[in-house]
Design a protein around this ligand. Sequence first.
Ligand SMILES: Nc1ncnc2c1ncn2[C@@H]1O[C@H](COP(=O)(O)OP(=O)(O)OP(=O)(O)O)[C@@H](O)[C@H]1O
Length: 309
Amino acid sequence: MSDQSPWAIEADGLGKKYRRGWALQDCSFRLPAGRICALVGPNGAGKSTFLSTATRLVQPSAGSLRLFGVPVSDPAVLQRIAFLAQDKPLYPRFTVAETLRMGRELNPGWDQALAERIVKSGNIPFTAKVGTLSGGQRTRVAFALAFGKRPDLLMLDEPMADLDPLARHEMAGLLMAEAAEHGTTVLMSSHMLSEMEDMCDFLLVLSEGRLRMGGATDELVPAHSLVTGVAAGNGLPDELSRHHTVVESRVTGRQFTALVRPGGPLSDSWDVQVPGLEEVLLAYLRSPQAPTLITDEARFDTPVAGRAA
Ligand SMILES: Nc1ncnc2c1ncn2[C@@H]1O[C@H](COP(=O)(O)OP(=O)(O)OP(=O)(O)O)[C@@H](O)[C@H]1O
C-alpha cells in the first residue's frame, strides 16, 4: 500500500450509470489526505453513489478511483477505510457489546477503549440488543464501530441526521479531535450546511451527478463576492456579466443582487460584500448551470509542482 500518496482520494473521469441514466458522471478531483471534507448537493445529486464507489459497494461504469494511491478495486484498501452508511446497518440481534466484539475481531487496528467511550457517553447499556435502541442510539453505536477501526479514511453518509443537538455537537467534536490527532481524512455527505461550515476545511459540491465545485473552503469562499446595486434596463448590468462570472443573480424592483466570481476589480458603484460559505453553497445549489469551480489543489490534472502547498 502506498503510504506516500499525498491524496486520500483521486477520481479520474469517474462515472456510474444505472438503467435510468448516469447517477455520477465525469467526476475528477483530488482530496488531499488529512482534510475534513463536506460532500454537498441536492437530493439525487450522486453523493451516496460516489460514497458507494469509494467503499466498493458499487462498481464504477467509467473512469478510475484511487484511495491513498491504490486502485479502489485492490482489497488492501479495505483495511484503511471505514464507512458509516445512511441507514447505519447493524445486526439487530447483537448486543452492543457483541457489536463491538465483532469490530475487534474483524479489524487488526481496533481501538476498544475509544469505541467503549463513545458508547458510554451516550449512556447506552452494553447488554442492550441493537434492535431495541433508538435511531440516535444506533447511530452512536455505528459511530463507535467506525471510529474503533481507526481508519485512515472515514466516509460518512449523512451521519448526524438522527442525532439530537447535544449528540450532534459531541460527535462533531469527536470527529474533529480524532481527525486532528490521527491525521484521519474524513469525507462526509450532509444537507446541514451551517454545521459543515464549522467542521469542514474542504468542499465537494455535486449536482445532477457532476462535480460543480471542489477545493479548500478558505480558497473557494474568498473567490466570490456578493454584489448589490441599482438594476439597469433589463436587470443585471452588462459590465457584471461581461467581466465577471455570475453564479447567481436576482433582481427585485430596481435592485439587483449577484454572487460573482470577480474576473478583476469590481466597480465602486456597487456594494461589495464577502459572502459566507453557506451563501456560496446555496447559490451553487440553486443555479445548476453556474460555471464549475475546481481549485488547483483539488484538480485531478494539476501537475504536482503547480499545486498549492
Ligand atoms: N441502485 C440504484 N438503481 C438505480 N438508480 C439509482 C440507484 N441508486 C441511485 N440511483 C439514482 O442515482 C441518482 C443519484 O442518487 P444518490 O443516492 O447517489 O443521490 P444523493 O445525492 O445521495 O441523494 P440524497 O441526498 O437524496 O441521499 C438518483 O437519480 C437515484 O435515483
